[in-house]
Design a protein around this ligand. Sequence first.
Ligand code: UD1
Ligand code: MG
Length: 453
Amino acid sequence: MERTCLAVILAAGDSTRMKSSKSKVLHAVANRPMIAHVVDAVAKSDIASVALVVGRDAEEVARAAGVGGVAIETCLQKERLGTGHAVLAAREAIARGYDDIIVTYGDVPLQTDGPLKAARQGLAEGSDIVVIGFHTDTPTGYGRLLVKDGELIAIREEKDATDAERTVTWCNSGLMAINGRKALDLLSRIGNGNAKGEYYLTDLVEIARSLGGRVTAVDAPEVEMTGCNNRAELAAIERLWQERRRRELMISGVTMIAPETVFLSYDTLIGQDALIEPNVVFGPGSVVEGGAVIHAFSHIEGAHVSAGAAVGPFARLRPGADLAVGAKVGNFCEVKNGKIGQGAKVNHLTYIGDAKIGAGANIGAGTVTCNYDGVNKSETLIGENAFIGSNSSLVAPVSIGDNAYVGSGSVITSDVPADALALGRARQDVKPGRATLLRERALAIKAAKKAAG
Ligand code: UD1
Ligand code: MG
């Protein structure tokens, strides 16, 4: 029969070292709160029951953790007395009786399902405690795994460690699996006689061994187990996340010329044979289909770019930008809540907001959809194969029919029917020879001023 499992996610810490007005686990990695990344990894480990231990900013943390797919009960840790104390905030849930208890930390956002599954396997094979460890060249700050005669005998926190113990490079990730039938008994034996005066979850190793229980460790990749305690570590985790995701996308068939300059969001999707040039930033909610090209220095958020479409260089796609197959949005253009039809071109210096542009339309340089009157937003409709001359202002609500022409420099305030030409500008007036007169007059004024000293 399948083993039952409860995951306890610790997210109640005071985040002192983050020096922040909000909880550490609310800080974002790839535009998503750290805690949501952790819940996602847990959900992928086939664990249906999750107890989330919250303290500071409890409501916001619970909300950020609600990423779907798994039922979460929140447990309040009223005082922050350490990781061992925090797990006991989930006492009621643990007491319901599970085969496996997984403890994981809200501040280890790169974790995946792999190590969690390996730790549960250790329980299935008879261990009472399975510690998830990792090897690193930079162990400072982590608890160290101490081994004697090939057995894990203790975890020593940095602050409590001797100089010799601090040279150990096998570290505690914080993630751990505990025999669910023994968990409450083991946890209730943790004391706080250490440098920080806290109840350390890590003491379980010695406690379980002293009771004759079996304690083992499994190894996880260092990248996945990187913890976040301050802003420098947050930046390092962001870098690791970006490197991992860029690589996944490249392996799946996306070309990036300078991947280290491309920044992705947690949910950015890019199809095979898309080309992403240097210095492109993706905000949340974007999809780039296969074969599309994103030229350099573009910023893309909440947008859909269909196959064969081209964006940039220096373009900004904001939420609701939707480019059909083969559409083009060129340099210094901004699109917000705008559908750009198949093969339509918005090539230079243009703002398209709250608009629908038909297939094959051509929007000239410097066109602006004037969608906001200071109070309300209104829509601009542009028909198929319409041609908007450069430097036109389309004052919404307004519609331009199929195949219509708008003359350059027009301010269009009323609808233009299909196939019509609309001119909304002053008529040109040409005065032959007048330039010569003007120039002579200007030179005379200059000479008079000079003579007057
Ligand atoms: C902890 C481990 C350390 C390990 C490291 C890995 C202990 C004693 N130490 O240290 O061995 O190498 O993680 O990153 O377990 N939390 C609560 N309530 C509390 C205290 C903490 O919910 O009272 C939560 C925090 O929100 C955080 C997690 O537990 O998500 C870890 O706490 P933190 O203070 O960051 O522990 P570390 O010092 O990093
Ligand atoms: Mg930590």
